[in-house]
Design a protein around this ligand. Structure first.
Ligand code: PLP
Length: 414
């Protein structure tokens, strides 16, 4: 007899470790946890307050009015038609991703790496084989159509569903795909009949507001996941949404609703009512989103510039709030100090300087790669919002604590 072996998600463990250090009075530079620094819009918070009396279970798929709102919202921002019946609501996208993986049986899941910490564990929990496709710094961590083609040809003939996860703007890389890049990938995916789980949770935080949804290019087999956690600053509220393809098999829809009914029952009713307000796409909400993009762009560039000056390689961020750092220019020096892996690097950094980074291995990178993820969210989002148009001029002030952390990192590397 035994118990299922499931390690605690890397991001959550680091958050707990650095909180313990801070509680013990140590200076900690919290680059580890990717939580939005912005509060949800005031009117959404008020709607939640007003909905506190809602104690009912809703439909498993979510409130019909909210499914309608989300369909209309994403139709407008992403530019492709969506019927409310295609939308399923859940307490966060993580349970949706879990249930999507479970619903496809048998299946194998292709995951270009680096990739978010939970995809591979969720695929394995569903009993699937995971096929990793490594990408390179020089190729901007983008998966190339020819690499996909090779992977699908190698696994041709397997009598199972083929799934692929595509996440952009990406965690941990902060980069996105252009329309042309997506079109080239789509040609391969279509040829091999692959289902795409498009994790577009950072789509509205594309720094230039130019996110292209995969569902526009590959509507017949794309399952888009999104929700309030990132663009609405409401990770702990737990509201995620899945947009199914228009002609998704009824059996897939039923499996997802069935799995939802046996696991989470529904997203919390008060949160769904508040989300009706969050998905009201008026000029106020456009302003709220535009301000976040502008702030993240300004602060992301300030942090990226400081890292570049310290000699650490990273691509300039395009969306969300992460940078994937490559310490390979320092590999000789690090090896001389007995640091040969990403986890040794992050452990020593935290112990010596209080800089908390997540090792690239948590994102499927080879441990010898000396990569780590940095989240640039340790600033007062509300104060930055108050700066409005001046944010480019004040970004370094808002990012002061993070820049201090990078200075500590730079000193340590020398
Ligand atoms: N997908 C990515 C890429 C994420 O970074 C996260 C959260 O960090 C999630 C999904 C989970 O989001 P949710 O809060 O909706 O479960």
């Amino acid at each position: 007899m035994a118990f299922l072996k499931v390690a605690k998600s890397g991001t959550l463990s680091l958050n707990e470790k650095s909180r313990a250090l801070a509680d013990a009075g140590r200076q900690v530079y919290r680059f580890g946890f990717g939580e939005s620094p912005f509060p949800p819009p005031r009117r959404v918070q008020e709607a939640l307050r007003r909905a506190a009396h809602r104690q009912d279970y809703t439909d498993v798929a979510g409130l019909p009015a909210l499914r309608e709102k989300i369909a209309a919202f994403h139709h407008e921002v992403d530019g492709y038609p969506i019927q409310p019946s295609q939308v399923l609501i859940a307490p966060g996208t993580k349970p949706l991703l879990h249930n999507i993986m479970r619903a496809f049986q048998p299946g194998e899941v292709t995951i270009p790496g680096p990739s978010w910490v939970s995809y591979a564990p969720l695929a394995r929990l569903a009993g699937h084989k995971v096929i990793g496709i490594p990408t390179a710094f020089e190729g901007r961590w983008r998966v190339k159509p020819e690499d996909l083609e090779r992977a699908f040809l190698r696994h041709r003939g397997m009598d199972c569903h083929k799934l692929m996860v595509l996440n952009y703007p990406g965690n941990p890389d902060g980069l996105t795909y252009s329309y042309e890049e997506l079109a080239a990938l789509t040609a391969v995916l279509r040829r091999h009949g692959v289902w795409v789980i498009a994790d577009e949770i950072y789509g509205l935080l594309d720094h230039r507001g130019q996110h292209v949804s995969m569902a526009r290019l590959y509507p017949e087999r794309t399952l888009v996941t999104t929700g309030l956690s990132k663009w609405c600053g409401a990770g702990g509220w737990r509201l995620g949404a899945l947009i199914l393809p228009p002609d998704a098999p009824k059996a897939l829809h039923d499996a997802l609703v069935g799995l939802g009914s046996e696991t989470y029952s529904c997203a919390p009713a008060p949160i769904q009512v508040a989300a009706l307000e969050a998905y009201e796409l008026d000029s106020e909400l456009h302003g709220y989103l535009a301000a976040q993009r502008r702030i993240l762009r300004a602060i992301g560039s300030a942090v990226h510039l400081a890292l570049a000056k310290a000699g650490i390689r990273a691509h300039a961020p395009q969306g969300g709030f992460y940078l994937l750092l490559d310490f390979s220019p320092f590999s000789d020096r690090l090896v001389a100090r007995g640091i040969c892996s990403d986890s040794q690097l992050c452990d020593r950094l935290l112990a010596d300087t209080g800089v908390a980074l997540l090792p690239g291995g948590a994102f499927g990178m080879p441990s010898g790669s000396l990569t780590a993820r940095l989240a640039y969210v340790d600033f007062d989002g509300e104060a930055a919002q108050r700066d409005g148009e001046r944010i480019e001029a004040t970004a370094t002030e808002h990012a002061a604590k993070m820049l201090e952390g990078i200075a500590a990192l730079r000193k340590w590397l020398r």
